[in-house]
Design a protein around this ligand. Structure first.
Ligand code: ZN
Length: 171
């Protein structure tokens, strides 16, 4: 496995609409293994392929990762994930993103979602998720459509974060 280069704001790859994966091949599995390792190395709980420079509809998620990046018992690989059901009720969650380092903000999300996807073996699965896992899945599937969590903030809050990121990268 290998740790991949992380692409950060304002890289154009983060704004691209990603292509569906035609088949879950060994090459795709290798990419997912590398994405997971990269995610743990950066103490993340989710990572989408465009964040490592690949415009394909793939995400990896681990809602049980510890604070020092120790893997949980059940990391998830989701190919072509699609949110097929969303709860009407919403929750606010303090979100960060490995592509917007050092920043976070409260984002409103659906409290529960159902996601249909292909798993590591290419089998179709559905996953019912609530709360934290549901938030991660919404954040990561947004990435596949070129959407970042800052897009879901008020313009004022978004601009504050963008200014901080610009200051960071200018230092
Ligand atoms: Zn993110």
């Amino acid at each position: 496995m290998a740790i991949l280069k992380l692409y950060t704001y304002p890289d154009k790859i983060l704004r691209q609409k990603c292509e569906p994966v035609a088949a879950v091949t060994d090459e795709i599995r290798r990419l997912m293994d590398d994405m997971l390792e990269t995610m743990y190395a950066d103490k993340g709980v989710g990572l989408a392929a465009p964040q490592v420079g690949i415009a394909k509809r793939i995400i990896v998620v681990d809602d049980k990762v510890s604070e020092d990046g120790e893997p949980g018992p059940n990391p998830r690989f989701l190919v072509n994930p699609e949110i097929i059901r969303k709860s009407e009720d919403t929750i606010w969650f303090n979100e960060g993103c490995l592509s917007l380092p050092g920043q976070c903000a409260e984002v409103e999300r659906h409290r529960a979602v159902t996601v249909r996807y292909l798993d590591y073996d290419g089998k179709e699965q559905t996953l019912d998720a609530e709360e934290y896992l549901a938030v991660i899945l919404q954040h990561e599937t947004d990435h596949l459509d070129g959407i970042l969590y800052i897009d879901r903030l008020s313009r004022l809050k978004r601009n504050i974060i963008i200014k901080k990121l610009q200051k960071q990268s200018g230092e």
